[in-house]
Design a protein around this ligand. Structure first.
Ligand code: NAD
Ligand code: TDX
Length: 350
């Protein structure tokens, strides 16, 4: 192991990938103190962490990564060996309807953490990034780490900015930053605004499944646990200052995925509804993960067939978890999907 991990700060640990990572990391590193800093926005949910609440190595703090005074106090209290920054506004659709908070959290928040990492000489700073920073692919080819960055949404522009800040804080101040760029995650505890849980939950309720545009956009799906393992590998043995792509190697067209979910749940294809396309909708993502495979020996474990079965089963068996969200968060959820999205076609001028 490159660094001795006595304490690790995980930001955004109450979100989808963050809670999977906290659970995964505590299992694998029994003696490490895991500190979860989360603002508990609409996407943060402590229900997702109920099973580890009693773990003495797990510590939760409610706070904002862009609150410099708070962040400084936390770093001063713990003197972290490493930071894994998951905290972000993560939904592309929301970034189209309201970009400001994406800049506040994803850009300013990341800088605030980098500044604290600099002051308190953190051993590793892992910035959790996304394939979306590379832009969109045509029908062939894959993104490698040397591709240019061409973000197309306010969300991906904010994530690209954060990557650039991490790079600059490494080059200028020597903050030991590493960047991972992962493809689309799926699995248990994903907020039901994202494609896979939305399709499952709507199908379970016999509601329409809104498919954007012609449904032929392609995403490269990875099971969240496989992403967590890749992050662990980079955190422990990645080369500082480097970028690592992480892909699932499972390219699927949205429409095919929606049909697969309906078939697995025994629901009719008449539930499919083609709706107004997302402005700036990236056509295809596909990741070349050769670098992390070659340097760190990481490979995804779950086949898409296994992962999607497991995910569907989880949503079927954990209806209480998502019912609470769909009813509690219903105003926003409903507004986004059914009231604001149809007006997207008017957003883009020229
Ligand atoms: P999510 O939206 O489910 O969770 C984000 C978490 O961050 C929530 O718990 C939220 O409360 C917290 N948060 C938001 N603003 C905060 C702030 N200012 N301070 C502290 N906490 C704050 O997101 P996710 O899907 O789990 O994604 C996690 C990270 O992984 C993000 O950085 C995202 O860009 C990246 N990523 C996601 C995917 C994906 O497919 N979901 C793929 C690649 C990369
Ligand atoms: O209702 C929908 N209908 C639909 O057709 C929704 C919510 C999405 N879509 C399409 C848009 C995309 O082509 O499905 C695809 C997946 O959409 P999202 O789940 O919104 O994910 P995406 O936009 O690809 O971004 C995700 O992957 C990269 C995450 O949300 C990001 O946080 C991550 O960085």
């Amino acid at each position: 192991m490159a660094v001795d991990l006595k304490s690790v700060l995980v930001t955004g640990g109450a979100g989808f990938i963050g809670n999977n990572f906290v659970r995964f990391f505590l299992k694998r590193h029994g003696d490490t103190e895991v500190i979860n800093l989360d603002k508990l926005t609409y996407a943060g949910n402590l229900e997702s962490l109920r099973d580890i609440e009693g773990n003495h190595h797990y510590h939760f703090y409610k706070g904002d990564i862009s609150d410099a005074a708070f962040v400084k106090r936390l770093f001063n209290e713990w003197h972290f060996d490493a930071v894994v920054n998951f905290a972000a506004e993560s939904h592309v659709d929301r970034s189209i309807l309201g970009p400001q908070v994406f800049i506040d959290t994803n850009v300013r928040g990341t800088m605030t953490l980098l500044e604290a990492a600099r002051e308190f000489e953190v051993g590793r700073f892992l910035q959790v990034s996304t394939d979306e920073v590379y832009g969109s692919l045509g029908s062939t080819g894959k993104f490698t780490e040397t591709n240019g960055l061409s973000p197309n949404s306010p969300y991906s522009a904010s994530k690209t900015s954060a990557d650039m800040l991490a790079r600059a804080w490494w080059k200028t101040f020597g903050v030991p930053a590493l960047i991972t760029r992962c493809s689309n995650n799926y699995g248990p505890y994903q907020f039901p605004e994202k494609f896979i849980p939305l399709m499952i939950i709507n199908a379970l309720q016999d509601k329409e499944l809104p498919v954007y545009g012609d449904g032929k956009n392609v995403r490269d799906w990875i099971f969240a646990d496989d992403h967590c393992e890749a992050i662990e590998a980079v955190l422990e043995n990645g080369r500082v200052g480097e970028v690592y792509n992480i892909g699932g190697g499972n390219e699927v067209e949205n429409i095919e995925l929606a049909k697969l979910i309906l078939a697995k749940l025994g629901k009719p294809e008449s539930l499919l509804k083609f709706v107004t396309d997302r402005p700036g909708h990236d056509r295809r993502y596909a990741m070349d993960s050769t670098k992390i495979e070659r340097e760190l020996g990481w490979r995804p474990n779950r086949s898409f067939e296994q992962g999607i079965e497991e995910t569907i089963r989880w949503y079927v068996e954990n209806q209480k978890w998502w019912h609470r969200i769909v009813s509690g968060e219903y105003q926003n959820y409903y507004k986004l999907q059914y009231e604001e999205r149809p007006s997207w076609s008017n957003l883009r001028k020229g």
